[in-house]
Design a protein around this ligand. Structure first.
Ligand SMILES: [Zn+2]
Length: 313
């Protein structure tokens, strides 16, 4: 990287606002839905990625298409992601990894990028290093080399249970039921008496229900309303909106959130068939604060309507 590029990278870093520290109380969790879409390309809804600001850390759950653009729109420099957690290795959850990893390095990361994920994560990381060998070599060459540590990936393969605990924040992983995709995981994040659960891709799953007990905010995949999906229920690998509604009805979160949907038609009504409590249909860049109360984009979950905000088209 030449001096002028280095200057641009530095200016970008300085311009990015520390949105976690500036906007959330220190004992609150701040969830930003960076990407709420599916493998189908959409300019409105990017690939799966959820940013969780918790106890001074910025954790990313999945790393789908466009994640670096959405992080930048949220005022977060990709170099400042403290850890990436993968629910499973379907491409729409991981294709953003090279961009997060290498752009984060270019923008100033000096430490390895930690990635937790299912078996196969370590192999993927090793092959990414091979695939991008040219870029890695060139950017470490004189006259303006980037630090070698910043392009390392610290890949850790997970199983059910607590996988991260720094005394202030805990992350637990639990297997979910994504059909033939085994293993696939969901995650629970706990801090200061507050909790967020992310389903990952799953159909109705009792293990998720068990791990989500008492969760303040439950973010659940829902492909479409059941009647919009031509695949028979027994052959589906991901929840319908009715399935997500059933999970919300059992867990009773302060706020249920449906994401990773392909078809929005009838989605809110389908959740409402099974569940009377507060929920919202996710949009890219929606922000949820999880503290004593749960609010999203400034609104209280107590006043949530099934449709949430209509998308801005
Ligand atoms: Zn999947």
């Amino acid at each position: 990287m030449g001096p002028s590029l280095r200057l641009i990278a530095l200016l970008l870093s300085l311009c990015m606002i520390d949105n976690i520290a500036a906007s959330a109380r220190s004992d609150e969790m701040r969830v930003t839905l960076l990407g709420t879409g599916t493998p189908f390309p959409s300019a409105e809804r990017f690939g799966s990625a959820i940013l969780v600001g918790v106890a001074g850390k910025r954790f990313l759950f999945d790393c789908g298409r466009g994640v670096v653009i959405r992080l930048t729109q949220s005022g977060v420099n990709p170099k400042d992601i403290d850890g990436l957690f993968l629910t499973h290795l379907h491409s729409d959850h991981v294709v953003g990894i090279p961009d997060l990893w290498l752009s984060g390095w270019f923008l100033g990361r000096t430490k390895p990028l930690p990635i937790w994920g299912p078996p196969g994560t370590r192999s993927m990381a090793e092959h990414l290093v091979q695939a991008f060998g040219f870029d890695i070599r060139i950017r470490q060459a004189p006259p303006d080399p980037l630090p070698a540590k910043g392009v390392e990936i610290d890949a850790k393969e997970i199983e059910q249970g607590e996988i991260y605990n720094d005394g202030l924040a805990r992350v637990s992983a639990f297997p979910v039921d994504h059909g033939t995709v085994k293993p696939a995981f969901g995650y629970r994040i706990d801090s200061a008496g507050h909790s967020v659960v992310i389903s990952g891709d799953t159909k109705f799953c009792q293990n998720l229900v068990d791990f989500a007990k008492g969760a303040d905010c439950l973010i659940h995949a829902a492909w479409s309303a059941g009647w919009k999906n031509s695949t028979p229920p027994s052959k589906r690998s991901i929840a319908s909106a009715e399935d997500a509604g059933r999970v919300f009805a059992i867990v009773k979160p302060k706020l249920g959130v449906v994401y990773h949907y392909k078809d929005e038609e009838g989605l809110g009504d389908a959740v409402r068939k099974e569940y009377n409590g507060p929920f919202v249909i996710a949009r890219d860049l929606m922000v949820i604060n999880v503290g004593k109360t749960v609010t999203w984009n400034g609104k209280s979950s107590a006043g949530t309507t099934p449709d949430g905000d209509k998308p801005r088209r």
